[in-house]
Design a protein around this ligand. Structure first.
Ligand SMILES: *Cc1c(COP(=O)(O)O)cnc(C)c1O
Length: 453
């Protein structure tokens, strides 16, 4: 059977449920801990931070399939099912016998997979009768996705945007404003946490961890507001499982069995969502394949971090999560893949990695942009720098197949487009991009400050 360039699912074939991989994990991710008491967060406590339904999803380690509400499915239909593309042109250019596929999540205005969870989180906030939500955004994709979801549902949206991105990506900001969101560069003097960080580091360009603290503080001071987070959490991985479920349905249609599945890893949500159904097969002993997380060499949480309880934010006001972490005080170098500059990792992804069900590699950004350039030239899509980490490793694996003559099926997540990353492309094109590898001492210094549990 000839496999088409693009495998599209029918609207009616879009999944009716999200898949919760925790239900099939023998070693469940351990619970979130309260930042003060260091005791497992109860549903009541979590419901003061997140919407009730999302708090329930966060704690649910047993329900494998959770129905996607009709309203969310209707919204999904504006841009889903997303295509699974056979990268014939890339294969030809590489001269590889491998078959390369990518699941493309950049076909919506936010330009990334983040909308899959943004609409779900905004929906549950609306159902609970809330007035608005606060959040952080690094590169800007999450803030944009949430602004879109909130304007669709008539919710207010306050976004704390990491200051370097705020300055480097003014157009991203305008998209969010068009959707009615209010944007504050972080650190800001509108919160106690922000003022404290500004006092200590007046020149800082900010970080995701810091913007999270500001957003949480703001939500807790406003009536009818909750904080929402675009990655890392169990609930976000759950919503993103739609990526993997659709990818699997598309592959099943053509009897394609993946040998290697690759995703870039910032907080782990697209990767976790893409691999969930496949990790489920692995956990149930139904199929086997390699699952690979790709992270930037400058922010190597899985490959060089420590598996321990840590704060999800710099201000240490969020719950503690057990994860591979570089320490919440780690200040990642300002590489261009802003969405991957996070000190920690999803606890589900971390547990799968600790249990040997997954691999991880780190790559330098110049090599990432070389892969991005090649991909853009042969496949036509200008990829996001984050996504290009997955492209890099997919190409490397395909080149290995060229040496061995193996016809492997390689699948990767193309999480988004790079139209707002042209400053980064400019640096690359001008030959001004450099790589940064943190020293062992640097990592050890922030890991030494991990909370004692
Ligand atoms: C946010 C983002 C990522 C990284 O976030 P994860 O939660 O690790 O998926 C990757 N790619 C794009 C395009 C993003 O916007």
């Amino acid at each position: 059977m000839k496999i088409p360039y693009k495998i599209y699912l029918e609207e009616s074939e879009m999944p009716m449920h999200w898949y919760n991989v925790r239900a099939d994990m023998k070693n469940k991710p351990v619970p979130l801990l309260h930042p003060q008491t260091k005791q497992p967060m109860t549903l009541d406590e979590l419901s003061q931070v997140f919407c009730c339904e999302l708090a329930r999803q966060e704690l649910d380690d047993t329900t494998a399939y959770i129905p996607i509400p009709q309203e969310i499915r209707d919204f999904y239909k504006m841009y889903r099912p997303s295509p699974l593309v056979r990268a014939y042109c890339l294969e030809e250019r590489l001269g590889t016998p491998a078959h390369i596929y990518y699941k493309f999540e950049g076909n919506n205005t936010s330009g990334s997979h983040k909308l899959n969870s943004a609409i779900a989180q905004a929906y549950y906030a609306k159902m609970q009768g809330l007035k608005g939500v606060t959040t952080e955004t690094g590169a800007g994709q999450w803030g944009t996705a949430l602004s879109m979801a909130c304007s669709y549902l008539g919710l207010e949206c306050k976004v704390f945007m990491v200051k370097v991105s705020y300055e480097q990506k003014p157009f991203r900001r305008e998209v969010m404003r068009t959707y009615g969101a209010s944007i504050t560069p972080s650190p800001s003097n509108t919160t106690e946490v922000g003022r404290k960080i500004l006092e200590q580091f007046p020149e800082t360009g900010g970080s995701l961890g810091c913007a999270i603290s500001e957003a949480v503080e703001t939500a807790s001071n406003l009536d009818g507001y909750r904080y929402v987070l675009g990655s890392v959490l169990n609930q976000v991985l759950l919503h993103q499982s739609i990526i993997g479920l659709e990818a699997k349905a598309a592959m099943d249609k053509y009897h394609i069995k993946p040998d290697i599945i690759i995703g870039c890893a910032g907080g782990g949500s697209n990767l976790g969502g893409l691999i969930s159904p496949f990790a489920g097969q692995k956990l149930r002993g139904e199929a086997d394949m390699r699952l690979i997380a790709v992270e930037p060499e400058s922010c190597p949480s899985l490959t060089r971090g420590t598996f321990a309880y840590d704060y999800c934010d710099t201000g240490m006001i969020c719950p503690l999560s057990k994860m591979y972490t570089l320490g919440s005080t780690y200040m990642p170098a300002s590489i261009h893949a802003g969405g991957l500059r996070y000190h920690g990792m999803s606890s589900v992804v971390s547990q799968l990695y600790a249990d040997g069900l997954m691999e991880a590699v780190s790559v330098p950004q110049t090599k990432v942009f070389e892969a991005a350039e090649l991909f853009a030239r042969v496949e036509g899509i200008l990829p996001a720098p984050e996504s290009s980490h997955a492209i890099r490793v997919a190409i490397d694996e395909a080149l290995k197949c060229k040496e061995t003559g193996e016809e492997k099926n390689i699948v990767f997540g193309l999480t988004g487009t790079g139209y707002f990353d042209l400053y980064a492309y400019k640096r690359f094109n001008d030959g001004e991009m450099s790589d940064y590898v943190p020293t062992d001492e640097e990592i050890a210094a922030s890991v030494a400050k991990l909370p004692q549990i």
